[in-house]
Design a protein. Structure first.
Length: 488
């Protein structure tokens, strides 16, 4: 696959472009993201779907400048897809031909089911493992749903309700909410009952904006919207308040200016769907159609899924920032052995060994930015970049372990900002100590054979090397419990 690939998504409301750069066979990272609210569907819904000249010109202008970015960043592959507005328009062919002739960009119109599939592929590969859910992608002209069972996409549907469509056909004409809900219900009644699900995966601008509002409302400790989870019941009042507000009131609620004209429309669609599906919780996805299109190309020989255990962010960060991958894997191995050997003392649930092992692989990545205070660099790298394949709780625990893998143990005050996402501090302290000890044992980077045993309140380390430097490092560590450490 191409080193750099540009993915363009032309929706009814916005045209968006993402540029991905590969770092290894299946790992990649985003290097550019551009959005233009071209509103290609504006005015079309009152004229039987015919795209209007002004909207088409805005879209062309955006694509023209997207093309300049593509050339400047030396992308060798372009995938351009179009959704509801173009697939509904009787005059879409002329626009597609103009773009092809003038810009050498080939637009592929995808149907609603394919759009739903792309959104689900992007979400499933980017989020933590999710077995059963329904994805909801609220767009300008349509809304797509995909049913997930046992981690697989089993069915997709597309509804002819979207934010721009509702705005022009109903809200702009001051039609009552009761009538709007009735019209939406006609579409929602076509959703099969088997789509009912406790969990919704929310895709698209409306649901990301709603998540950001909720995060601000509850003083959530992270800024990352991808992977944010909330209960429907806890925030149903906010959704209803948005729907019932006029445009002037939306500002007071916290709606962003660029969402004033579509937020009510998106929220009434969302409310109608989650009520019909009897859903209880929402997982927000920062990935959608663009990411899904890219992954379908990248993973075409792998059933559009990463291999079990593959973590995109982990692999991508290691590709770009690891300075000694073999050493990191050795520290990971030692940390895992220490976790098992000292389990009678720490009594930490087995599930936390995962975060310990990931922290062991990433503790050193900040050194690429600068040696001094590298643990702080690594902490910020993880907080801001370890997003795909991890929950927020996992990410923050990994980051805290990395930040405090030196001589001292983290205190309640150190972790206060992220307290709601972290386990008990005794668990955090033990995991931090285990990472520090694993690193200390390999101070000389020899990666020699090591064996551990624990009895009579003593951890015995049997090594084939002298571990002279390790002994000094271990003496400086603060232990979370009283026991001895001897090196043989």
């Amino acid at each position: 696959m191409s080193k750099r690939t540009a993915i363009i998504d032309i929706g009814s409301n916005s045209a968006r472009m993402a540029i991905f750069e590969k770092s290894s066979r299946f790992a990649f990272h985003l290097i550019s993201e551009t959005k233009s609210r071209v509103r290609i569907g504006e005015g079309a819904y009152n004229f039987e779907g015919v795209l209007q000249d002004a909207a088409l010109q805005r879209a062309f202008n955006a694509l023209e400048e997207f093309n300049q970015i593509i050339k400047s960043l030396k992308c060798t592959k372009i995938l351009c897809i179009a959704t509801s507005a173009l697939r509904d328009a009787p005059n879409s062919f002329e626009f597609i031909k103009r773009v092809s002739d003038k810009l050498n960009i080939n637009i592929k119109i995808i149907d609603g089911k394919k759009e739903a599939y792309y959104g689900a592929v992007g979400s499933l590969n980017y989020l933590k493992e999710t077995k059963n859910a329904v994805t909801i992608d609220i767009g300008g002209g349509s809304t797509e749903l995909a049913k997930i069972e046992n981690g697989n996409i089993v069915e997709t549907i597309s509804l002819n309700i979207g934010t721009v469509r509702l705005k022009e056909l109903y809200f702009d004409k001051k039609i009552s909410l009761e009538e709007i809900r009735y019209a939406i219900a006609q579409e929602i009644d076509t959703i099969p009952k088997r789509f009912c699900s406790d969990t919704i995966i929310g895709i698209g601008g409306t649901l990301r904006s709603l998540s950001k509002m909720i995060m601000e409302k509850i003083n959530y400790p992270l800024k990352t919207v991808h992977g944010f989870e909330y209960s429907v019941e806890s925030h149903a009042e906010l959704v209803e308040r948005i729907i019932s507000s006029d445009v002037l009131e939306l500002k007071n609620i916290g709606v962003r200016k660029d969402r004033y004209d579509t937020m009510r429309e998106g929220c009434i669609i969302f409310q109608s769907i989650y009520q019909a599906l009897a859903s209880k919780s929402v997982i927000t996805s920062g990935a959608g159609v663009r990411e899904g299109a890219y992954l379908c190309d990248l993973l075409r020989s792998n059933n559009h899924k990463f291999s079990p255990g593959f973590k995109l962010s982990l692999r991508s960060m290691k590709d770009r920032f690891s300075i000694h991958d073999k050493n990191d894997l050795f520290v990971k191995k030692i940390a895992s052995l220490l976790f098992d050997t000292l389990s009678p003392v720490h009594n930490i649930p087995e599930k936390y060994k995962f975060e310990l092992c990931v922290a062991a692989e990433l503790y050193n990545i900040g050194t690429k930015l600068g040696f001094y205070q590298n643990q702080l660099h690594s902490f910020y790298f993880v907080v801001n970049n370890l997003n795909y394949g991890f929950s927020h709780e996992e990410k923050i625990l990994i980051a805290i372990l990395i930040k405090y893998h030196t001589k001292k143990l983290p205190t309640d005050e150190d972790a206060q900002e992220y307290k709601t996402l972290l386990p008990d501090m005794q668990i955090v302290n033990w995991l931090s100590f285990l990472l520090s000890l694993a690193k200390a044992i390999n101070t000389d980077l020899s990666m020699g054979k090591i064996e551990f045993s624990y009895q009579n309140h003593t951890l015995s380390i049997q090594a084939e090397k002298k571990l002279f430097l390790a002994k000094e490092s271990i003496k400086q560590l603060i232990k979370p419990a009283s026991f001895a450490i001897i090196i043989k």
